[in-house]
Write a new protein. Structure first.
Length: 307
């Protein structure tokens, strides 16, 4: 028997009961009546997610190194963080291919990365990085140990984003900074115009579908004061895939295996790391990150201060 919407439990605000929102490729999204978060329901289990990510064989197939544009983008992320906090201990939560960390070796931070995937430590370059493998809550990090937590493209994947936010608040010192980028925006232009094809932005990878308001609400309710938030970017990929007939009804895992990202020729390219971020790309990265689409940009960014 299908679960009733009254049994849905919001992973952000813990409210019971949700309204039907939409069905994408067989998965049902519901919307919390209290905080507005859209999320997949029923929720996958932690085991489901672990199996999905293990099967992705992330490092073998999906992390193909830093693009020059991404290095310029991360350069701007560091500049934004440094405007609030120029030095100290910085943790990249969900550090993935370590692009952000590898780009920060010549800055004023002591850099840490954390990821569920133990393979990512292999992608770190340089003695400036320290790794915490596994769930953040299991690392034995002291209260207030960090000055900055940066996290990119992470919150849409989290089974319990409220618990993760509380843990980030615990490990940050009072006044410490949470800087978040690259969370898909559920009010993005593609979605509002019906152009989104849901090939990538879907369960079991993405299970939380935030808007600026629902993300800020979650962060503010768990120990933070929001300092800045904005949306950025347009994503032409869904329209392009539609035109090229690259959409399908396959499960995400199968689809991803057939549609690997372009190989950029190795993980570490010193010539495009920070300090070497190509100057001519910085204005383009600036326009990407800061052009104002109001609430309709493709991604969400947020800067918050630990209360
Ligand atoms: Zn809620």
């Amino acid at each position: 028997m299908p679960l009733s919407l009254e049994e849905a439990l919001c992973p952000a605000c813990r409210a019971r009961g949700a309204a039907y929102d939409r069905t994408i490729l067989g998965d049902t999204l519901v919307r919390c009546r209290d905080c507005g978060l859209a999320y997949v329901f029923p929720r996958p289990t932690a085991t489901d997610l672990a199996e999905f990510y293990a099967a992705l064989a992330l490092n073998a197939d999906y992390y193909h190194g830093q693009s020059a544009f991404k290095a310029a983008f991360f350069e701007l992320c560091y500049r934004k963080i440094e405007a609030y906090c120029p030095t100290g201990k910085l943790l990249d939560l969900g550090c993935g291919d370590c692009g952000f960390l590898n780009a920060g070796y010549d800055r004023g931070f002591e850099l840490y990365g954390s990821d569920l995937n133990p393979e990512v430590a292999k992608l770190a370059r340089g003695p400036h990085l320290k790794f915490l493998v596994g769930p953040l809550e299991e690392q034995g990090i002291a209260d207030g140990a960090f000055d900055v937590v940066f996290t990119a493209a992470t919150y849409e994947h989290l089974l319990d984003p409220a618990a993760t936010t509380r843990e980030i608040a615990r490990i940050l010192r009072p006044g410490g900074l949470l800087a978040m980028v690259s969370v898909p925006n559920y009010r993005a232009l593609n979605i509002r115009l019906g152009l989104e094809d849901w090939m990538v932005n879907r369960p079991p990878a993405h299970i939380n579908f935030f808007t600026g308001a629902s993300l800020a609400g979650l962060i503010a309710a768990n120990g933070f004061k929001i300092r800045e938030q904005w949306t950025y970017g347009l994503n032409p990929a869904p329209l392009k895939r539609r035109l090229l007939g690259q959409t399908s009804n396959e499960p995400l895992l199968e689809w991803l295996k057939k549609n690997k990202p372009k190989d950029r020729g190795g993980v570490f390219r010193p010539e495009i790391q920070a300090g070497g971020a190509r100057p001519w790309l910085l204005p383009l990265a600036y326009a990407y990150l800061y052009f104002n689409y109001f609430d309709c940009g493709y991604k969400l960014a947020l800067i918050a201060e630990r209360r």
